[in-house]
Design a protein around this ligand. Structure first.
Ligand code: GLN
Length: 199
């Protein structure tokens, strides 16, 4: 069973812990570098990406996180977490940094005022069966991707889910629905990374 952490600095941590547990992972919150070292994979939750960025630096996990992502640790970011995984933000706030790992440019709050929050059925490559109910809350979209990036979902012509190697990101929040198929997909990615000897 893979141990999957949720970066627990700010955002909807609890919902991800619950979704991961129901997708058969051992889920635990991660705040410190020592805790990061113990997980097979990591979720970066939704919330506010500038706040998460600043707290990650403050807690000393930004650099260790970059190192583990570079080393290929499976990582999944939702919404603000997607922004954290972008190599580049189109419109960063001052002091806002990212972990990076996905060769993409994201636009924060991209869907605009009329559409601050909405739900839409989204077809996600790799998720079998009916479309996923996408919950979008002041969501980013992906402006452009590099050659290594696979687009796994679009909504109205905009890229809303991507994968590059062991890194997965969605603009929307599967953890806020009862449907945990996207988490199950990620847990499978983390299972591939389970180190010998860990459970
Ligand atoms: N708009 C937020 C940001 O820029 C993300 C919103 C979310 O995670 N639901 O960080």
């Amino acid at each position: 069973t893979p141990v999957v952490g949720v970066l627990a600095l700010q955002g909807d941590v609890r919902e991800h812990l619950i979704a991961l547990a129901s997708a058969d992972a051992l889920a635990r919150p991660v705040r410190r570098p020592e805790e990061l070292a113990e997980v097979d994979g990591l979720v970066i939750p939704g919330g506010e990406s500038t706040t998460i960025s600043k707290l990650a630096t403050l807690f000393g996990v930004m650099e260790p996180l970059r190192a583990r992502v570079r080393d290929g640790m499976p990582v999944y970011g939702t919404c603000a977490g997607m922004i954290m995984l972008a190599d580049k933000i189109l419109d960063p706030r001052s002091g806002q940094e990212t972990v990076g790992g996905i060769d993409m440019i994201v636009r924060r709050n991209a869907f605009g005022r009329q559409n601050e929050s909405f739900e839409a059925a989204v077809d996600v490559k790799g998720v079998e069966g009916a479309p996923v109910e996408g919950v979008f809350i002041r969501a980013p979209w992906v402006e452009s991707v590099g050659a290594q990036v696979e687009v796994v979902a679009e909504h109205e012509g905009h890229i809303v889910a991507v994968r590059q190697g062991n890194a997965l990101a969605t603009s929307f929040h599967p953890e806020l629905t009862g449907d945990h198929r996207v988490h199950a997909l990620f847990v499978e990615m983390a299972r591939g990374n389970t180190r010998a000897g860990s459970l």
